[in-house]
Design a protein around this ligand. Structure first.
Ligand code: FAD
Length: 363
């Protein structure tokens, strides 16, 4: 059975790797010359996710993370060490390692931009020439602006915008990520610093609108960040984050990764949920309906609670964040797992005083 996969980054490579084991004939189309370009990712994943990626030849660790500092808008913060540790990966390196491994089980066509898809045939441009390739199954691993999703009329996820810089930054502790909450620093989400080493971090904002305006405010006015960030930056990336898993299978066409909204709704992290997606696709192939059913069955709880947490970012006011940081200073976060937002349930049950502030969590 022949499978065409559009997109050769994390979703496309993991799809090829999982289908390659099922004896499918896989062809991957990637419009860029290299995988992983342009980079728009902080590269923060759980240790468990990293270990599973290691099985596919990934060796791209930049830093190990013990926990997070949650900042209120006034610059106060609380330390949270959860159940899972984190790893920061160099995304470009990771993507190229995955694609190299995928090329052992699939035919990978770089600089090949898919410009049209119909039932049974992909049209792509390589070296300025239009070519066609037939398929039995088509997988759209082509990101938020998926041409596959648009061509087959799939519902699209909501889009949040992101901007990220690589900058000199004096981390409070380079083994902790920093999360900045409040309406001055994002509309409906949060800003972050993911340290790579003692004085270098990926600093970004995810927001419904105007992430650049919020980033400038974070850099220039945040009571803690503005004191610790260097002047200028080494890299600037912009990106989009899909929020909300959509129906991702229609007949012989499936979406995976960002194109399907396989992203944690409360952090924007997509690597882990995509890894699970590709594993489930591999196990259920060639039954695409079974793929959709099994993925949703396995993940619905995480999307449900992830979306509930994300909605809090829209409803909480600055004074609520001040109150939360105050209350949380003597709480234990050991039940919280970064890949499992459903773990918040146990945390809330053990710490009911949080519910005084997070009163919108339960209907
Ligand atoms: C600022 C920012 C920070 C992030 N930080 C994290 C993080 O810390 N941890 C985490 O887990 N996730 C993070 N994410 C999310 C993560 O980057 C994505 O979920 C992940 O990259 C999705 O992978 P993908 O393969 O589905 O899509 P993409 O990475 O978008 O890859 C799609 C690929 O398809 C190719 N393509 C598109 N159209 C065509 C076409 N027509 N023909 C051929 N090729 C095509 C593109 O060139 C691209 O290579 C972040 C996102 C942003 C924007």
């Amino acid at each position: 059975m022949k499978v065409c996969v559009v997109g050769g980054r994390v979703a496309g490579s993991l799809t090829a790797l999982n289908l390659g084991e099922r004896d499918a004939e896989v062809v991957v189309f990637e419009e860029h010359r290299d995988s992983g370009f342009p980079v728009s990712c902080a590269g923060l994943i759980s240790e468990d996710c990293y270990e599973r990626l290691r099985n596919f030849g990934v060796n791209a660790k930049q830093n190990e993370i013990k926990g997070a500092f949650f900042f209120s808008p006034s610059g106060k913060y609380v330390e949270a060490i959860g159940k899972s540790r984190g790893v920061v990966v160099e995304r470009k390196l990771m993507d190229s390692q995955l694609l190299r491994r995928a090329s052992k089980v699939a035919e990978v066509r770089m600089s090949s931009k898919v410009v049209g898809v119909e039932r049974g045939e992909v049209t792509f441009i390589v070296n300025g020439r239009e070519k066609k390739e037939s398929f039995d199954v088509l997988v759209g691993a082509d990101g938020v602006n998926s041409v596959v999703a648009k061509s087959f009329g799939f519902k699209r996820p909501k889009i949040f915008l992101a901007v990220q810089i690589l900058s000199e930054f004096e981390a409070i502790d380079e083994k902790f990520v920093e999360l900045y909450f409040g309406r001055r620093y994002s509309e409906g989400f949060f800003a972050y610093a993911v340290p790579i080493e003692e004085d270098l971090a990926k600093i970004g904002v995810v927001s419904k609108t105007n992430p650049m305006v919020y980033l400038q405010r974070l850099i220039n006015e945040h009571p803690s960040v503005s004191e610790r960030i260097g002047k200028g930056f080494l890299e600037l990336n912009v990106g989009a984050i899909p929020i909300g898993l959509v129906d991702f299978v229609r007949e012989n066409v499936a979406l995976i990764g960002d194109s399907a909204g396989m992203v944690k709704p409360y952090t924007g992290g997509g690597i882990y949920y995509t890894l699970i997606g590709a594993e489930v696709l591999g196990k259920t192939f060639p039954n695409l309906k079974a793929f959709e059913k099994a993925y949703k069955k396995r993940m619905w709880k995480e999307y449900y609670f992830g979306e509930k947490i994300r909605k809090l970012y829209e409803t909480l006011k600055d004074e609520d964040y001040e109150e939360l940081v105050k209350i949380a200073s003597d709480l234990s976060f050991e039940d919280l797992h970064m890949d499992k937002p459903s773990s918040i349930l146990k945390f809330l049950i053990k710490n009911p005083k949080i519910l005084k502030v997070v009163r919108f969590f339960f209907p």
